[in-house]
Design a protein around this ligand. Sequence first.
Ligand SMILES: [Zn+2]
Length: 52
Amino acid sequence: MKSPLDEAKESKELQAVHCMKCGKMLGKIEGKAEIKCTRCKTINAYHTKIDA
Ligand SMILES: [Zn+2]
């Protein structure tokens, strides 16, 4: 029997996010995140949603 947790782990992918102002890559996230750009100090808010 396969647990739902195992399937979620397999299909989960991190999404790369970039600063909306200067385009610097800030990192990879999953779900909600707020990342302050180290280059231009812009606070970028993201909400990635994984819909099956
Ligand atoms: Zn920036």
